[in-house]
Design a protein around this ligand. Structure first.
Ligand code: DI6
Ligand code: FE
Length: 388
């Protein structure tokens, strides 16, 4: 560990004891209790050690990509023209429906590997590009399968209320009743769901429609989170707060009433600068209000093929600082302990006794370097559950 201000609680010349995958002791080398002298020792060469990173909002499981749409938009096509040409979210739904589970896994692994290479030990993965029962289940099974193929923990989120599929165009209520809710029940019965999400927006679902899904989540004992106030303010954050949500995500159009509701209910604000950047948004999330009212802020990639083709959590941290004026310390907390909290987990994300020993070891002198450089990866190695 390295010298620096106490913003980070840095310990110089530090040692950390790990027993059975948990942090058993942390402090200065000269204070290591005698009883730990029998443990095997790994010298990390004086490098900076932080909790491993957590990417708490991604859509890495999906079919196809939208590079052609990106190109069309740069040539002047509007979002509507892109959609009429079969682009937009509908094109990802078609590609995802056409993909086998193996193909979905194979498509996600390069993003997962990129995350691992940057010190990520846990990634959240959402469904929401199937929008029919079969494909939503296949996406969630693919997400679960990743855990067996790579050294990373996966948390799955059911996002059936992401968009209205073409076959239900103009019939969003029927989609919620006939597809979304029955699929949620089936996915939960199969053990595929850790949390339930929705997209509360004019182009997606109304607060009343989201509430119907949230009520079923409550009945099943599942925590909820919400894409809220991304493009307009429909009161999604307050709705999430009323339902005791783990997080409300995006939040560019959040107002002070929404901030207060989140603060009171302990809802994490997940800041997603990759989508803000890609959509060339100009309305910033109300960072200063969130800070003033004590709403914890997480930072994530929102990796998805449309609005945020960003797989680098370090770049998301940099963007959170440069675009939204988070401090590097806030960005690091946002991609560790607060990100874990956005997933309902309190057992990781800090270097404290009893925490899961998922660590990142960096070729850095100071933790501010993690958010400072652009497109540079200083990871030395990860330590997962105490294992190098
Ligand atoms: N908000 C977003 O930015 C993405 N989903 C969501 O709820 C957009 C997803 C896409 O364009 O494919
Ligand atoms: Fe998202």
């Amino acid at each position: 560990m390295a010298p620096g201000g106490d913003l980070y609680g840095l310990i110089e010349d530090a040692a950390l004891a790990i027993i059975d995958g948990r942090i058993a002791w942390v402090g200065a080398v000269q204070d290591v209790p005698y009883g730990y002298s029998t443990l095997s020792v790994t010298d990390l060469g004086g490098r900076l050690v932080t909790p491993a990173l957590v990417d708490c909002h991604t859509h890495v499981v999906h079919g196809g990509n939208r590079a052609a749409e990106f190109e069309m938009r740069l040539l002047g096509a509007s979002y509507e023209e892109v959609a009429r040409a079969g682009g937009g979210i509908a094109s990802t739904v078609s590609a995802t429906r056409a993909a086998s589970q193996d193909a979905l896994v194979a498509g996600a692994l390069p993003y997962v590997d990129a995350a691992i290479a940057e010190g990520v030990a846990m990634i959240e993965v959402k469904s929401g590009y199937g929008l029919d029962q079969q494909t939503e289940l296949r996406m969630l099974r693919a997400a679960r399968q990743i855990e067996g193929l790579r050294p990373i923990a996966v948390r799955t989120t059911f996002l059936g209320a992401h968009a209205v599929p073409a076959e239900y165009s103009g019939r969003a209520d029927a989609y919620i009743e006939e597809v979304c809710i029955p699929t949620l029940r089936t996915a939960h019965a199969e053990g595929l769901v850790d949390a339930v999400d929705g997209f509360c927006e004019g182009i997606a679902f109304s607060p009343a429609q989201i509430e119907r899904v949230f009520n079923v989540a409550a009945e099943l004992g599942l925590p909820v989170k919400l894409h809220a106030e991304q493009l307009s303010n429909l009161g999604g954050a307050a709705l999430a707060a009323r339902h005791g949500a783990l997080s409300a995500d995006h939040l560019e159009y959040l107002d002070e009433a929404g901030v207060l509701a989140m603060a009171t209910a302990g809802v994490v604000a997940v800041i997603l600068p990759g989508a803000f950047y890609t959509l060339r948004e100009t309305q910033m999330p109300p960072i200063e209000l969130l800070r003033r009212h004590g709403v914890p802020m997480a930072v994530a990639t929102d990796m998805n093929p449309g609005s945020s083709p960003l797989s680098s959590i370090l770049l998301a941290m940099n963007m959170a600082c440069t675009l939204f004026r988070l401090s590097p310390a806030e960005a690091l907390a946002g991609a560790t302990v607060i990100a874990a909290r956005a997933l309902g987990l309190a057992d990781r994300g800090t270097l404290a006794v009893g925490q899961v020993a998922d660590l990142a070891v960096w070729n850095c002198d100071h933790p501010a370097e993690l958010a400072y450089r652009i497109g540079f990866n200083p990871l030395h190695r990860r330590i997962i559950g105490g294992t190098l």
